[in-house]
Structures are given as structure tokens and as C-alpha cells.
Design a protein around this ligand. Structure first.
Ligand code: FES
Length: 239
């Protein structure tokens, strides 16, 4: 029977954080998230964690499982061995147990203006995008904002103003969108002190992404686009 060693912390009771062990009966095909629900429903109703879709879409169950950031709903207990150690995402304040305050993560995301900014008023016109143009952003659209890359990034750990791999990769998603008209303004913002040039190209974000996306590569592309635009005097000044 696998042992789940789960990070426990309740800032309201004043005690230190600790790992609590639970015996979880394994079923065929069982995911780590099911194990956490078993604990919640049968062993300790106070355990706190996030989940929603249970099928790798919503991104809410990202956590650190046996040394790697993973989605708990997509991680098979059978592949983890008999000991499953679970911690919350790093670089964010723990609210309780495996639940962290994701406000900084979403604040950085909001800062890159994650919506289309058309070059002209759309009016009633439909914005058509060719299949070829859509394929250019396919990869980046698939990000589910789970926070695994953010938790694994050592630059995020040391600089709370750094935009982070999730926001920067989404930045490329809009820079490269054929319907967007603000590419140079976006590049100028992404190139400021807290943006792409703070990335040390460590590849942690690429290694942990549960959707096999490549934030490191996206940041590299943005660096090239930024230098290209700057050399041609196309980057507007930022405040
Ligand atoms: S519960 Fe939605 S991704 Fe895991």
C-alpha cells in the first residue's frame, strides 16, 4: 500500500509545517489526485488542495510530487513507487497545506495584457485567421496556467518582479497572433528589466511543463524579436 507523505501547514494555528504520512489503498490506474481525495474523504477531512477538471485541462492541481512539478490528476500512483511525497508549488505563500496564493502569478500574467489588441476598431467585422497563422501560435495557446513553470523557476525565486515563464510565453502567443496589432508595444514591455532578458535560460520551465510546452524556447524567440526590433528603431519607449 503506497504511503502518501503530504505537506501540512495551517498558518492560523501557529504550528510549524510538517509532512504527514497516510496509507492509501491503490487501485488500478489511480492518479495521485484520487489518493488525495481518498485521504480527504476517509482519513483527514481537513486536508486542503485544489482541483477541478480531473483531466489535465484546468491546471489547478499542479503540485510538487516526488521531486518534480506535475499535475496530480495526470500522475499515476503506480509510476511513483510506494512513497509519494507531495509539496505545494514553490515561490508563492502557502494558504493551507497544498493550496498557495496564486495572486503574484496571475498579476504577472495580467501585466502582459493577455487579450487581443487589434490595430483598428473591429466594428462588426469578423477577424479571420488563416490555419497557417493559427498554427504559429498553437503551441503557446495550449498553456493551461498551472504554475508548474513558475514554481520551478530560480529567477522567480529571487526576483518577485520577474514576469515569469508563463507570462512571457503567453506574451509571444499575442506577439505572434496575426490578429493582434500591438506587437512592438508588447515587445517593448516584455523587454523591460523584469522581462525576457532576466531569463537565464536554465530550462527548468521546459522540463516541468505538463503540456510539453517550451517556455524557454518562447523566451529565446522573444529575445531575438526584441533585438531585431530595437536595431531597427521599432521599439516604442516604455515609461
Ligand atoms: S484537476 Fe484540472 S488539471 Fe488537474
Amino acid at each position: 500500500m503506497p504511503i502518501f507523505s503530504v505537506f501540512r501547514y495551517n498558518p492560523e494555528d501557529g504550528s510549524d509545517a510538517f509532512f504527514q504520512e497516510f496509507e492509501v489503498p491503490e487501485k488500478k490506474g489511480m492518479a495521485v489526485l484520487e489518493g488525495l481525495y481518498y485521504i480527504l474523504e476517509n482519513l483527514d477531512a481537513t486536508l486542503a488542495f485544489r482541483s477541478s477538471c480531473r483531466q489535465g485541462v484546468c491546471g489547478s492541481c499542479a503540485m510538487h510530487i516526488n521531486g518534480q512539478y506535475r499535475l496530480a490528476c495526470e500522475t499515476q500512483v503506480a509510476k511513483m513507487g510506494n512513497f509519494v511525497r507531495i509539496r505545494p508549488l514553490a515561490h508563492m505563500t502557502v494558504i493551507r497545506d497544498l493550496v498557495v496564493d496564486m495572486e503574484p502569478f496571475f498579476r504577472q500574467y495580467e501585466a502582459i495584457k493577455p487579450y487581443l489588441i487589434p490595430a483598428e476598431e473591429p466594428g462588426d467585422r469578423e477577424y479571420i485567421q488563416s490555419q497557417k497563422d493559427r498554427r504559429r501560435i498553437d503551441h503557446y495557446v495550449d498553456c493551461i496556467l498551472c504554475g508548474a513553470c513558475y514554481g520551478s523557476c530560480p529567477v522567480v525565486a529571487t526576483d518577485e518582479k520577474y514576469l515569469g515563464p508563463h507570462a512571457l510565453m503567453k506574451g509571444l502567443r499575442f506577439v505572434d497572433d496575426s490578429r493582434d496589432g500591438a506587437a512592438y508595444e508588447r515587445l517593448a514591455y516584455l523587454s523591460t528589466d523584469n522581462g525576457i532578458f532576466r531569463c537565464h535560460t536554465i530550462f527548468n520551465c521546459q522540463q516541468v511543463c505538463p503540456k510539453d510546452l517550451d517556455p524557454t524556447g518562447a523566451i529565446g524567440k522573444l529575445k531575438m524579436k526584441s533585438v531585431w526590433a530595437k536595431l531597427r528603431g521599432k521599439l516604442p519607449k516604455t515609461g
